[in-house]
Ligand binder design. Sequence first.
Ligand code: 87F
Length: 586
Amino acid sequence: MSTTEKRRSTGGKRTSVSGVQAGMETMNLTPEPSTKADSGAPTEKPKKKDKERKDQKSAAKSQQAPSKKKQDDQALIGITCPKSEDLSEWYQQVILKGEMLEFTDIPGCYIYQPASYRIWEFIQDYFNERIRKMKVKNCYFPLFITEANLQREKDHIEGFAAEVAWVTEGGKHKLEKRLAVRPTSETAMYSFYSKKIRSHRDLPLKMNQWNNVVRWEFKHPMPFLRSREFLWQEGHTAHMTEEEAGREVLEILDHYASIYEDLLAVPVVKGKKTVNEQFPGAHYTTTIEGFIPAVGRGIQAATSHCLGQHFAKMFDITVEDPHQQVKEGEKRKPLHVWQNSWGFTTRSIGIMVLIHGDDKGLVIPPRVAETQVVIVPVGVTAKMAEADKQKLYDEVDNLRQTLEDQGVRVECDYREGYNVGYKFNDWEMKGVPLRLEFGPKDAAKGVVTTSRRDREGKGEISVSDVAAKVPELLETIQKDMYNKAAEEYSSHRKIVREWSDFVPTLNQKNVILVPHCTTGDCEDEIKKDSSGNVEGQEVDVRAPSMGAKSLCIPAEQPEEIEQGQKCVNPKCGKDALKWVMFGRSY
Ligand code: 87F
């Protein structure tokens, strides 16, 4: 999306453990430089994970009551690796065992199971509602792009060429001209825009696609975060004026931030990319930047670009200026339209998992949880009279009905032969935000016992208050999840004024705000000088050695840049212009 991604294909730094084979990949989410080629080529399949996957498969197989021995085995299929110990292993277990995602026999291409696809649908619904209000129309363009079309805007494609996947055969025949699998749709859409936009009355033109794109990454793939095929929406609009285009860029950025903050409970920092990091085809790039506390790295969450008139010139997208004063018979001068493009991807789901997940598995914010509440009947014993059991189940069903009437998404776990401990673990692993337990003792007291996924401990709500209190509690969980993550992000966003504090502060798992000149050469120098082997710079041997890059120029600056304030890079010597957020990043 920005040059960040472009550079990923050529950059030297990558993840360390590389093991990709049919149906199995290992990931490394820690910012270590890699040692082996990024080819995605098959390597030895790790045995330990093999076993876990078998366990997982067998667990998923049967809905019938398993034997005691089997139940004990299944208890073992919980998350076996703490988040703090090995983030990569933890992440893999959480998304596989939480049934979010499955590997395929193509490295970097994944199955999005219903649990993750549902989250994507919530995002789609939320964003569609907002962009429809902006009069953006959804549409669909072909998956393939001719080479001639893709090459029309040379500057744009040059840096990305290595990532384009090509179709060279159709059936038994070699194609006369190979076809690109879309990595993004600027070129496909703008040839059409050139035909479609005839007069200023055709403006603004605002189209959006929900589609899949392919970027043949050679860096180590990571489910959701960096995959060869991913889902996104790409919006492409054309406007009469720079001002109108500029307003839209920011409005979209606000919607993106709102998806993260209000749906996924993930805090982001809004800002502008430095020239070094912006999309090369853009006039300027705005961005939202997230933060993964477990590794102290920044992550680009979404971008909204003002493309200026660059593509309009290449693709000849012009209108006549209606305001231009012309004499009788004189033709108006053509005016190149102002364009924007903006994209939001399934990477967001991975960011959400990394931020909220814990040692028990997924933690899904209520607003995007397919199941918001699970009711587990408890205290059901073998000795219990059938009529008593039925009475309890009827009461559970009444609770379900009461909640569904309030628009709450509920499941009741009536599975027989599974002990409640197993059920609790199972729903916790799947991240269901709120569990209600209801047994004969609760019934006698007229209460339900509550257990929040995001907190330890239990509470009680009286049955008569369930309709009002449960939706309220879900909203509280949503807010608390956001506040916890926001607190964590802001406490790891440190102001650094001196170069001597730059690397040490990064090494404490922070991103940093530094006074900076915003020039590209200086950024490159900082990246080099903040990586592992820096002369005269103490770098913790266990600390990540990846260099820092600029993440964004935050829209909300922490304070004014003082007169005479120099750039944080002592080799630079230029005046600082802005507080720029730097960090190690994905
Ligand atoms: C990879 C191969 C070919 C990123 C690529 O950010 C082309 C590209 O153009 C490419 N990787 N990009 C930049 C995408 C820019 C822009 N497109 C629309 C977005 C948002 C949605």
